[in-house]
Every structure is written in structure tokens, then in C-alpha cells.
Ligand binder design. Sequence first.
Ligand code: PPS
Length: 691
Amino acid sequence: MPETLTTSTPDEQDLLFRLLRQLDAAPDASQRTTAAALGISLGRLNTLLRSAAESGLVTVSARPGPDKRQRFAYSLTTRGAAEKVRLTDQFLARKLADYNALHAELTGSASGLPPLKHRTNPMQSNLAPIPELYVSYESAQKLKVEAADLVSWDLTPRQICDLELLMNGGFNPLKGFLSEADYDGVIENMRLADGTLWPMPITLDVSEDFAAKLEAGQDIALRDQEGVILATMTVTDNWVPNKAREAEKVFGADDDAHPAVNYLHNTAGKVYLGGPVTGIQQPVHYDFRGRRDTPNELRAYFRKLGWNKVVAFQTRNPLHRAHQELTFRAAREAQANLLIHPVVGMTKPGDVDHFTRVRCYEAVLDKYPAATTSMSLLNLAMRMAGPREAVWHGLIRANHGCTHFIVGRDHAGPGKNSQGEDFYGPYDAQEMFREYQKEIGVEMVDFKHMVYVQERAQYEPNDEIEDRDNVTILNISGTELRRRLAEGLEIPEWFSFPEVVSELRKTKPPRSKQGFTVFFTGFSGSGKSTIANALMVKLMEMGGRPVTLLDGDIVRKNLSSELGFSKEHRDLNIRRIGYVASEITKNGGIAICAPIAPYATTRRAVREDVEQFGAFVEVHVATSIEECERRDRKGLYKLAREGKIKEFTGISDPYDVPQNAELVVETENVDVDNCAHQVLLKLESMGLIKA
Ligand code: PPS
């Protein structure tokens, strides 16, 4: 930060703030108009402009024209725009303090007198506008041009979600991606360096190569995946985090079975960048535009409707009858209006896609009283961090103008750990929320598990049923629902709404009609390709779905001809296969893959890609390395032993034996037809093909 700014007096800072605001709002105004707007002389303005230009806050360019008094044009630099955002906050804080003092004086509360009722009626704090990180439209156009010359980072889908909520105030009070000091505080005790409660590390992870190019204080452009510049960021911090510690502290265990820990270790870049962000434009969404609202848009909406109390319901699942009952009860209990606030950014891998979910929500919305219920979509990238996530969700909802927040059983739960146990207790999130409720600024409406009581034909909280021995309690778990959908079985009316079930059935036809991927893995010469070919022919004989074979050799010839066998190249090769297989699966076909795929993490990544759309059946062709070498069909093992082929799997390169393959096939003394038949039986038992 320029020295002049940190050493100047509050009055000088106010003047600088007003200057930056003026240049931002009216960049083409003459100097005389600018001086008049600021109430200072032209001479003073010139001194001020010179000092701001020297500090790198404004740029000066020559302005053509006859008027000598308008020779120069001034506009904000990226740094100037960021400084404006910082000074705006400072200015507002000072004004608020002045206002509070005045208010206290007027109401007598400063002098110890009882406050005068009805004297003043300030805007309720949850409904007042909150700070955003965007600059004005005019400045954004200029900054965009300026930012085109900056080093730029192409944001990942998760980073785009984070950036959107940083810029629109959803992550208020954050002013950018966390600095190292803020990150350390958040990891250790859920607090920023200044002590403010913030439970989730919002970090900009990048590659080592990219980070190495940067200098401290450098501005970078942040682009979406099409290259559109969304923001600039001044990089103040650049560090290599201890990811194992982050996993332990934030997610409770350094266990890759947790989706966010898996992301941390296997997707996120090795280096984190921190620094303030200057917002240029919102990420573009083409879907459900009318249903997306920024925090300030929601606050304005609540103000307009006079909704002083709003209870928010967070969800990443379709709404069924139990959810409806829970939200009705919450609104009644809090005597509040209801905001259904589903997450459409990133949720748990394997969840129902948000397009289907929003169609389901829209169908259910008719069943709520329109005057007291609203729905808005939140572009949040969830981390599935249970208790910490609940606190984070509460802060985000406070920013969106809500006063209450529903926390149910196992809020933002990630499922089982690698020992098959739950990561968090079912009510840990409620406990942590309760502890921080005051600071979060929204009140929790907690619910125990809701179940259906058949005799009374209604949903009730499980722990409140006193006559449980005399009534029939019904419940369908998420896993059971998925099973019923997958097998085309009945889903009873007491569980869900017909409109919702019909939407889900359209997206999730029974398994026997869905696409799927069979992924063979094993040593070179283990028999993968031979079995894969036999399987392909058998599936084609059955008909019904198109079948595509992505054999190791075929792929290397057609998709990956430029790649070798280093770890990096093998990963790239397998990820390409995974991408094609996931597309085939999505479109209802059968993909049969048969690469060596030696690394467990890459196989897992492919599984995740495919499982968004259909089943992934991993088949380990478990022929031993000794047997493969004995067969040596292509003569490659001999060459590998002689050192003529480097990095040869099983000889001079590792192979991670699959730990949770759907099927293990032994090929020694078993003929190919039998091996392929074993796979068919497996597919049949999984409901993927009909007998
Ligand atoms: S990987 O690791 O999955 O990307 O390998 P993949 O694409 O399946 O390999 C295809 C074939 O390349 C031959 N080959 C090698 N395999 C392993 N290591 C090294 N260094 C190597 N060099 C060439 C090998 O014959 C593989 O074919 P298959 O069908 O497995 O025998």
C-alpha cells in the first residue's frame, strides 16, 4: 500500500476517498466540475491528483481538445479501485459511529436517560445494504481494458463460486481471498486475524508455476473458463499451505474419503494466493437467471415486502414432504417468512444435478403460501464440512438478510470415512451453531429427524413421538430412495409429491436404461483388452444401448498419440478416457475402458467424473506380474527388463492394486468367455442389464 495513505489524517483520507469515488462515478468530468463536487480549489485538486497518481491510484492520460484547462484525463487504476473499496468501508464505519453517537444523544441513551420510544426508526440491520466489492459500471469498463494486460489466472469452477460470493457480499466481511495470517486464524480457531468469526478457508489455490511468476503486490486478472475477466486481485500473500493440517482442522480428519479433503489433496493447486479483490462483473449464468439474487437484492426484496423476520432453509436435495413439514414448522416457530435457499453451485459428488432440483423446487413451491414464502438460488460451492459448514452457512444467510436459519440432522454431512464411520455426529452442527449463534447474527431453528406417523398421517420430529410403541413410524432414507429410483420401484405419496417423483424419474431412469462405464484395470498383458472385446460383443448382442470400447492401445493411437508413460502423461491419458466415458454414460451409452490405469487417485477421479451420470464398474484383471511376464505377448517385458523401455508398469513403475473394485477377475486357467461372463453377471446383479 502506498505510504502516503497509511500516514495521512482521517480528513485527508476522507478527501482521497471522495476523490476516488468522484473519479469512479464521473470519470469524464472536467477538473473544474470535479473540484466543485469535492468543494475544493482547482489548485488543491491538482496537488491531490498528482499525489494519487504518484501512489499508483490513478492514471493520467492526455485529452485531445482545445481547452488547455482540460488537458489531462484521470481514471482509477486497479489499485485505486481496491483502495476506494477499502476507504468506502472506513468512511461508512466512521459515519455509522457518528450516527450512533447522535442517535444515543437524541434518545437519551448516552446520558443515562431511558431511550425515547418511536423517536427514530433506523433501518433494521439485516435489511440495510451491505458492502460489495464491485466498482461502478464505468470504472469496470476501464478496468477491464487495463486488466487485459495483467498476468491472468483462469478460475476453477469452485473458485468462480467463491469469487461470486466474495464480490456480491455473500462472504462479507471478506474483502478478497484470505491472506496467510487470516488463513492461519481460520484454520486454528475459526477467526480472521482481527478476531472476526469466519470458519471456512476461502483461498485461491494455484499451480507452483503460476505462483512462481508473481511478485508481492502484483495485480492479477481473474478470468472465468471462457476467458472473461471477472475481477482483479492484488496479490499480497503467496504461500505453500500445510494441507494435512487444513484437512484435520477444518474437516476433522485427513481422510480422502471426505470429498473436500480429496479435493484439497488431488484437485487444488499446491500454492495459495491471498489479497483484496476488485469486482468487475458477476459470473455469467444462463440458467434460472430470474431465480438468482445477490444479498443486496434479497435484502431489498425483504425490505419491500416488509419481511423483518426471515427463516432460511438450505438444501442440496430435492424437497420431499418431510422437508415441507420441517420448513412449515420452522416458519411457525420463528413466526417468520420463509426463504427456500438451495445451493446450485457445487454440492456433494453424486447429488441430483441442480437443473433437475430446481424444476422439483418450482413444482413444490405451489404448495407453500406465496405471501410468506420465497425461493432464491445460491451459487455456493459447498465443502460438506458439517459443523463448521453450518456456521459458515449461517453467516452467509445473515449476509442475505435472514434472521433465522434451519439446522437439521447431519447438516452438510460428507457421509462415511474410510473406516465406514460417520465423519461427524448427527447433531454436532447444531451444537457448534448454538455456541456461535450470537456472533453469527442469525438464530438457529433446530430440528431433529422428521419421520412419518402412519396413524396420524403426518410428519413429526422423531424424538417427540411419545406413543412410538403404538404407532407405525415410516421413513425412506436417501439411499433407499436412490435404490427405488434406480430399480423403477414405487415411491409412496406419503414420502414425496408426484410432480417431484416424475421429475426425478425423468432424470434418473431405472438402471437398466441408464448409461454406465465398465473400467478394466491391470498390468500390460493381463488380458484386459481380450475380456473387454468379448464383453463388448456380448453387450452388442443384447442390444438396447450403444457400446463403445476405449481400449488402452486404441486410445493411445486416437486420443493420446503425443503422450508417453510418465506419471503426468499417464494421468492425462486416463483423465481423457474418463472424460469420454462420462460423456458416453451421460448420453445413455455403455463405455468399456481397458487401460492399465496404475494410479488409485486417478481411477478415483474418473469414477467421480462418471458417477455424476451413471454407474462406474471397476474390474481388476488381477493377473500377476509373473504371469504377464511369462506370457509377454508383445515382447515388452523382455525389453523392459533389458532397460530398453523405461517406466514399465510392474517392472520399473508402480501399480496401485485396487482396494474397492466392484469385481476382481482371475485369468489364470480361466477362459476369456468365462471372464467376460463374470462381468455380465456383475452388471446383472447391479441392475444395469436385464437377465
Ligand atoms: S496407462 O498407464 O494406463 O496410461 O497405460 P496404457 O495407455 O493402458 O498403455 C497402453 C499400452 O502401452 C504399452 N506400453 C507400456 N505399458 C506400461 N508401461 C510402459 N512404459 C509402456 N510402454 C508401452 C503396453 O503394451 C500397454 O498396452 P496393454 O494393452 O496394457 O498391454
